[in-house]
Design a protein around this ligand. Structure first.
Ligand SMILES: C[S@@+](CC[C@H](N)C(=O)[O-])C[C@H]1O[C@@H](n2cnc3c(N)ncnc32)[C@H](O)[C@@H]1O
Length: 251
């Protein structure tokens, strides 16, 4: 976000001059703007973001919108590793008749998502999802930690200093959680259900292979608003006739 836009957000969040000065002082330390103002915009929604919780990124908006566009009326969605619940909120807003569940391992983030109105199950990936959802999920999303452990120091200084390492660290090759999420998703998705995962720079080829090995078809790379590859979307086979291509919803 540009400096003048940040300044405008701080001014509008401040109750008075002293409050503004305190907020500016916090921002000067590198603390995320959303922790200071208490919220971030995501797909046009205002999402509450508590201190300590990963701030939803605009780069994840295409994934969220595409997932929303794939939801059938009255469908079931699961957002893995939901953080503040931003993606789950987009799904809920776009498909009010659907059931949207989220998972999260960090109690602070889980509480934050609940405050945002998301139904959150505290636990590791899909481990805490109810058995009754096996084979019933239409859309599963995830912006999981995917930064290789030895690349964490290359992230922007403020991110390294403030955002929780558990939200970022994807293990030695960045794919520790992504591998488990892909393998685990086939238990929850219905045949023809969709899995959308955000991935990083040089991970696409490997993750496309993981999708294929798990039985996903019609797999596509999604680009963010800058046109950079940002996520992978695949449909669990066997895919029904007349397969729709993934398209972002307007939300
Ligand atoms: C990169 S953040 C993304 C948060 C959110 N999806 C978003 O886009 O704003 C990853 C989140 O995954 C959570 N997380 C890390 N390991 C997890 C695990 N094994 N199971 C569930 N959640 C996990 C972190 O606490 C963090 O909130």
């Amino acid at each position: 976000m540009a400096a003048d836009e940040e300044a405008a957000e701080l001014v509008s969040a401040a109750s008075d001059r002293h409050h503004l000065e305190r907020m500016v002082a916090r921002r000067l330390t590198g603390e995320p703007l959303a922790w200071i103002t208490g919220s971030a915009q995501f797909c046009g929604l205002q999402v509450m973001v508590r201190p300590g919780v990963y701030v939803p990124r605009w780069q994840s908006e295409t994934l969220a919108r595409t997932a929303a566009g794939l939801m059938p009326p009255g469908g079931v969605a699961v957002d893995l590793c939901t953080g503040s619940g931003a993606i789950a909120l987009v799904l809920q807003a776009a498909c009010p008749s659907s059931r949207v569940l989220a998972t999260e391992s960090d109690p602070v983030a889980a509480d934050c998502a609940r405050e945002n109105g998301v139904e959150v199950l505290l636990g590791d990936l899909g481990d805490t999802l109810p058995q009754s959802l096996a084979g019933q999920v239409d859309v599963m999303t995830g912006v999981l930690p995917y930064v290789p452990a030895d690349g964490l120091h290359l992230l922007p200084r403020d991110v390294v200093a403030f955002e929780p390492r558990t939200a970022l660290d994807g293990g030695s090759d960045g794919l520790h959680l992504i591998r488990r999420a892909i393998a685990g998703s086939v238990r929850w998705l219905r045949p023809g259900g969709w899995l959308l995962l955000e991935v990083g720079g040089d991970q696409f080829e490997t993750v496309l292979q993981l999708f294929a090995a798990a039985g996903f078809q019609a797999t596509e790379v999604l680009c963010d608003g800058d046109g950079d590859p940002r996520a992978i979307c695949g449909r669990l086979g066997p895919v029904p006739e007349g397969t729709a291509r993934p398209q972002a919803s307007s939300r």
